[in-house]
Design a binder for this molecule. Structure first.
Ligand SMILES: NC(=O)c1ccc[n+]([C@@H]2O[C@H](COP(=O)([O-])OP(=O)(O)OC[C@H]3O[C@@H](n4cnc5c(N)ncnc54)[C@H](OP(=O)(O)O)[C@@H]3O)[C@@H](O)[C@H]2O)c1
Length: 200
């Protein structure tokens, strides 16, 4: 099992941690204020989730990033080269309180996030559902809730796809970032916020 870190311990970071904890998978959760600020949070999520520094989370094999769009540059600044490790981009280019779409210059938001994580194999995933649907039981509707993923590295997508499967979701590969990340991006793509379930 690859080691897992999460940068961002808000609604989506905690939901991802919850999905991992429900399946007995270990992860290090981090925020901007340090591990002491997360003690109560991690103990409420489950025993496999530990509080750590941003640097500790970023050193894992698979690093989820779930940070407000405007804070991504600071949250990812100064980290060592990812050296081929996987970053899962769970972010969307819009944020409270204004909910004004970020200026992306015609690119998919994940193509911009990729520039903040040199050396990473970036997979877009876990960005298109409300946090309770990420944290909740993916079998709740009698099938398997769908999670989309996209990326340019087949090996990285296979690893994230295996994790999605282990969490009980049904992963659907939307292709490379330039295609899939646009389909699933909020705002702009047609797929965000759809609670889709696959019935076998
Ligand atoms: N909420 C949703 O429905 C939803 C759904 C899908 C995707 N998303 C995407 O997921 C991302 C996070 O959304 P959210 O709703 O989870 O936001 P949130 O509740 O505001 O949480 C943001 C997290 O980012 C952390 N952070 C900010 N600056 C940081 C830094 N420099 N270093 C480390 N951590 C830092 C914050 O830590 P501190 O509190 O310590 O500053 C906080 O834990 C966004 O890109 C959003 O578009 C959200």
């Amino acid at each position: 099992m690859p080691s897992i870190g999460i940068i961002g311990a808000g609604n989506i970071g905690r939901a991802i941690a919850g999905a991992l904890a429900r399946n007995g998978i270990a992860a290090t959760l981090s925020n901007s204020r340090g591990p002491d600020s997360l003690r109560d949070t991690v103990s409420a999520i489950g025993p496999t989730i530990l509080a750590g520094t941003r640097e500790e989370a970023a050193a894992k094999d698979i690093v989820f990033v779930a940070v407000n769009w405007s804070k991504l540059p600071a949250a990812l600044a100064g980290l060592p080269d990812f050296g081929g490790r996987i970053v899962v981009d769970a972010n969307n280019p819009i944020e409270a309180p204004l909910f004004r779409p970020a200026e992306l210059g015609g690119r998919a938001s994940s193509e911009i996030v990729a520039e903040f994580v040199p050396g990473a194999r970036l997979v877009k995933a876990f960005n298109h559902l409300q946090p309770p649907l990420v944290a909740g039981d993916p079998a709740a509707e009698g099938g398997r809730r769908v999670l989309f993923l996209s990326g340019d590295d087949a090996g990285a997508k296979a690893q994230v796809g295996a994790l999605i499967d282990r969490l009980g979701f049904f992963g659907i590969d939307l292709g490379p970032l330039a295609v899939g990340a646009r389909l699933v991006q909020f705002p702009g793509g047609p797929l965000p916020a759809l609670n889709l379930v696959r019935f076998a």
